[in-house]
Design a protein around this ligand. Structure first.
Ligand code: DGL
Length: 285
């Protein structure tokens, strides 16, 4: 089944009449956003870049994250992208303004759409637990974005989750145990109505997060910003959401800065689409 819900071919070429959209993450996590974009705007062409050689970003300094993210954004612009989606909360939190200054095309981050999605789900005044990388938490970008829409955010860093997802351990006892520890510590401090996945890797373990919350007695709704980000991109690009014809081919190309074999294998699982070919890209150290 394809994510657009229609009968489509999967052709990883620039075949469609729509715009060329660049999607960037430090690794596989942004594929959760690409999946939503393919579903919402199937008429576009996508270039996805996973900076897997330099991941994790979430444990690095602002200067390093900004340097890496700007290099990646420039690459996508040079390859003809007319619009960039920063499908990485860490790069959005720490480097969105640097990226916007470095390129001349519009740039969308994932944090504002995520805060809006949480507001729609639980309403103003609610308490929201934001799970994110250490760098995102330290930036308090979610605190600001949630406050702007009338939500109270409690931000908790979960540094072990990205390596577990990048290892493909999305359904693994170790991941479940790590989640039990993070979530029981977080729930000792707050009683949230929503848990906002503040890292694009986390939707890949959303099921385990929800199960663990229930085991711990929380009925908080789990919010993934991918869908809301795709909606914001569709509005900005002024393309009718879901506009498509049965002949339209999903059009995407993937670049990775580390092993293309690993990216192809795990990425296909995470994208729910076969990835026929992954280009290797060397962005230096
Ligand atoms: N997927 C990235 C995010 O949304 C973080 C991964 C990393 O630490 O590199 O924050």
């Amino acid at each position: 089944m394809n994510p657009a819900g229609g009968k489509q071919n999967v052709a990883q070429t620039t075949a469609n009449p729509g715009p060329m959209v660049g999607v960037f993450d430090s690794g596989f996590g942004g594929l959760t956003v690409l999946r939503a974009l393919l579903s919402k705007i199937p008429s576009a062409n996508y270039l996805y870049l996973g900076d897997t050689a330099r991941l994790p970003y979430g444990a690095k300094s602002q200067a390093t994250i900004a340097r890496y993210a700007v290099e990646s954004a420039r690459f996508l612009e040079q390859r003809g992208c007319e619009y960039l989606v920063i499908a990485c909360n860490t790069a959005t939190a720490l480097a969105l303004e640097d990226i916007r200054r470095a390129v001349s095309v519009p740039v969308l981050g994932v944090i504002e759409p995520g805060a809006h999605a949480a507001k729609r789900a639980v309403g103003a005044g609610a308490e929201v637990l934001v799970l994110a990388t250490a760098a995102t938490v330290q930036s308090h970008a979610y605190h600001a974005a949630c406050e702007a829409v009338g939500l109270r955010a409690i931000e908790v860093a979960c540094p072990l989750l990205v390596p577990l997802v990048e290892e493909g351990w999305t359904d693994h006892e170790v991941t479940r145990e790590v989640l039990r520890i993070y979530l029981s510590e977080a729930l000792a401090k707050c009683k949230p109505e929503a848990v906002l996945l503040g890292c694009t890797h986390y939707p890949l373990i959303a099921g385990a997060i929800e199960t663990t919350l229930r085991e711990l007695g929380s009925d908080a709704v789990v919010i993934d910003s991918a869908e809301a980000t795709a909606e914001a991109a569709a509005a900005a690009l002024d393309v009718a959401a879901g506009r498509n014809s049965p002949e339209t081919s999903l059009s995407f190309e993937c670049y990775a800065t580390d092993s293309v074999e690993k990216f192809q294998r795990l990425g296909s699982l995470f994208l729910h689409q076969p990835i026929a070919h992954v280009h290797h890209l060397d962005l230096g150290g």
